[in-house]
Design a protein around this ligand. Structure first.
Ligand code: ADP
Length: 305
């Protein structure tokens, strides 16, 4: 049984995360199984309370959640590049990775080895861009890159609430929240807790992907979450050798859907062969190839937020 750990504002900081962070110990597989967390009484006090959440939200001017109906459409890529574009303009930006089972933000930002820590009552985020960009992710608390998080329901809600309320964000101009695809636990908790000002929906142009995105739109409408707009990613490939354009994933599907559903179209990002190797090596389009069409498209969209 884990005892309540009373700590200033966030007086029920997730004891499993806290132990991992304050002792700088890494988790073992058994620490992150749902059953173990349940048997240790962790389920009884998993969430930050409303006062903590309100206090944190009152210090964040604008909050956006990135959604997609499908995995692999570039949601995390968009989240990272938008956050970097905002931070690059000197805006204080937070990037919260609520993909608890498949966090990829740390890999994309070269933060794989970063170990989550807590100081007094708060989790310390990773910090980049001279303090302008603060990042929090479940990956920071895992022992190894391949460790899985075997959680469901209330545990996930609790950790997301604590990542929002008990991370030392300070005053932020923007909080960008990346979420796993679909309309399940993580986006639902993030929306209910962080009360975003808007949702940014990412799709690829082909019909199969846009079909799933319609569900994300429906999700926003049912939760009364304003839709900031739709981004069409991987939209056309310009061959670096011959200059010819190929619409590998069809074209204009995201824009057509936005038009049809009366939603705002934020812009399109081309399929750029450099983005995958960059991301795999902890680099981003916005930082590593600022003159590319992709980087300029990310920056132009960030200007709209
Ligand atoms: P999601 O978060 O939707 O699962 P990711 O952002 O992880 O998607 O992207 C999936 C893969 O596609 C990654 O390898 C990423 O580097 C790559 N990718 C994303 N956007 C582009 C793009 N515009 N051009 C080329 N590769 C991209």
């Amino acid at each position: 049984m884990v005892h309540d750990i009373r700590l200033g504002m966030c007086n029920t900081l997730n004891p499993v995360l806290l132990r991992a962070s304050s002792l700088r110990a890494r988790w073992h597989a058994y620490c992150i199984s749902f059953e173990t967390a349940y048997s240790r009484g962790f389920m009884n006090h998993p969430s930050a309370d409303d006062t903590q959440i309100q206090a944190t939200l009152s210090r964040i001017k604008k909050r956006y959640i990135i959604l997609s109906g499908k995995g692999g459409v570039g949601k995390s890529t968009v989240a990272v590049n938008l956050a970097l574009s905002l931070a690059g303009r000197g805006l204080r930006t937070g990037l919260l990775d609520t993909d608890l089972h498949g966090p990829s933000i740390p890999i994309m930002l070269g933060l794989v080895g970063y170990v989550g820590t807590a100081e007094k009552e708060k989790f310390l985020p990773a910090v980049l861009k001279d303090g302008k960009l603060k990042i929090m992710s479940m990956q920071f608390f895992l022992q190894g890159r391949d460790d899985s998080v075997i959680w469901r329901g209330p545990l996930k809600h609790g950790v997301i609430s604590q990542f929002i309320a008990c991370t030392l964000w300070g005053d932020l101009d923007y909080l960008i929240i990346d979420s796993p695809p679909g309309t399940g636990d993580e986006p639902l908790s993030a929306v209910q807790i962080a009360k975003p000002h808007g949702a940014i929906i990412v799709t690829t142009p082909q019909a199969v992907a846009t079909l799933d995105v319609r569900k994300s739109i429906d999700f926003c409408r049912k939760l009364a979450l304003p839709i900031t707009g739709i981004i069409e990613n991987m939209s056309g490939f310009v061959c670096p050798h011959c200059g010819g354009r190929t619409d590998i994933f069809s074209s204009h599907g995201g824009e057509d859907m936005a038009l049809e559903l009366g939603e705002h179209f934020l812009g399109r990002i081309p399929l750029d062969a450099n983005i995958v190797p960059l991301a795999d090596n902890g680099k981003t389009a916005v930082d590593a190839m600022p003159d590319s069409i992709a980087a300029k498209s990310f920056s132009a969209i960030a200007e709209l937020l």
